[in-house]
Design a protein around this ligand. Structure first.
Ligand code: NAD
Length: 295
């Protein structure tokens, strides 16, 4: 078992840190939100007043933060953690950020002999709670092998996508596809309902047909069709529209840099931006269904 510091206890990081505690690791947590910290402490984690104090004595530091600027703020600069961590401390960042930012942090970590892995996740809050996340890692083989047993306490599928930044590239591709299929699923459900179909029946039909997909299987966007998903609790919790927009922005920027055409991804980005602009930024991303007026 390892001594682990976990920073960023939001919708994803909270349940991920909780699974590390349950697996028997010695976990110290830190977040700007006192409530988030208190929840983990009640489950057996330790805490400290600052990220630096929390990281003292850690064999491994894991971050799960909203965006690249938060990751840079925690790790870089004179006040950043990289300047304070001892050589050899394993650092894993599971936030979804740009491949360039991940490579930049990795470069500075390596200069200080700190092994760094970008390890963004897929599987949503449900996967974080169940400990069945997919981790998509970028970094060298040695670092990946060191991190794998720790990641296995929080996830089921652990992939090594390639060198630094590769985890983020794969994650960005995945989330662009997720946005496209969630918008497409919402559109198909709305069309069926306009024709008088029961959304639950239509969902079951499409699930067992060639339109079957992850949204229909585990994250149905139509209110009341599936229990325990954000659509059935007013789209609260889950994966926020604002975070999906961040990821679609990362995909768009990356496509521009690499001269890649992403017409479907661009359309999805515009739909989600429109949706956020209508005051839905802090709802779960499956609320894109509301653009098609189900309620
Ligand atoms: P969240 O907004 O719920 O949580 C982020 C947490 O980080 C908050 O508790 C916040 O207080 C904390 N934080 C911010 N800056 C901090 C700092 N400087 N020091 C300490 N704590 C700080 O976000 P989330 O939904 O948990 O997502 C986290 C990351 O995971 C994002 O990059 C997101 O894109 C990615 N992700 C989310 C999901 C999902 O379903 N929610 C799925 C896959 C990946």
């Amino acid at each position: 078992m390892a001594t682990i510091t976990f920073i960023g206890l939001g919708n994803m990081g909270g349940p991920m840190a909780s699974n590390l505690v349950k697996a028997g690791h010695d976990v110290t947590v830190f977040d700007l939100s006192k409530d988030a910290v208190a929840a983990l402490v009640s489950e057996g984690a330790k805490t400290a007043d600052t990220a630096h104090e929390a990281a003292k004595g850690a064999e491994c530091v894991i971050t799960m933060l909203p965006a690249g600027k938060h990751v840079e703020a925690v790790y870089l600069g004179e006040d950043g953690l990289l300047a304070a961590l001892p050589d050899g401390t394993l650092v894993i960042d599971s936030s979804t950020i740009s491949p360039e930012t991940a490579r930049g942090v990795a470069e500075q970590a390596e200069a200080r002999r700190i092994p760094f892995l970008d390890a963004p996740v897929s599987g949503g809050v449900g996967g974080a709670k169940a400990g069945t996340l997919t981790f998509i890692c970028g970094g060298d083989e040695d670092t990946y092998n060191k991190a794998k047993p720790i990641l296995e306490s929080m996830g089921k599928n652990i992939f090594h996508a390639g060198d630094h930044g590769a985890g983020q590239v794969a994650k960005i591709c995945n989330n662009m596809l997720l946005a496209i299929l969630m918008a497409g699923t919402s559109e198909a459900l709305a069309l069926g309902v306009k024709n008088g179909l029961d959304p639950a029946v239509l969902s079951e039909v499409m699930k067992q047909s060639s339109g079957g997909n992850w949204a229909l299987n585990v994250y149905n966007p139509w209110p009341g069709v599936m229990e325990g998903v954000p659509a059935s609790r007013g789209y609260e919790g889950g994966f926020l529209v604002n975070l999906m927009n961040k990821d679609l922005g990362l995909a768009f920027d990356n496509a521009v840099k690499n001269h890649a055409a992403i017409p479907m991804g661009s359309l999805a980005r515009n739909l989600f931006e429109l949706h956020a602009g209508q005051g839905n930024g802090t709802l779960d991303f499956s609320s894109i269904q509301r653009l098609y007026k189900p309620e």
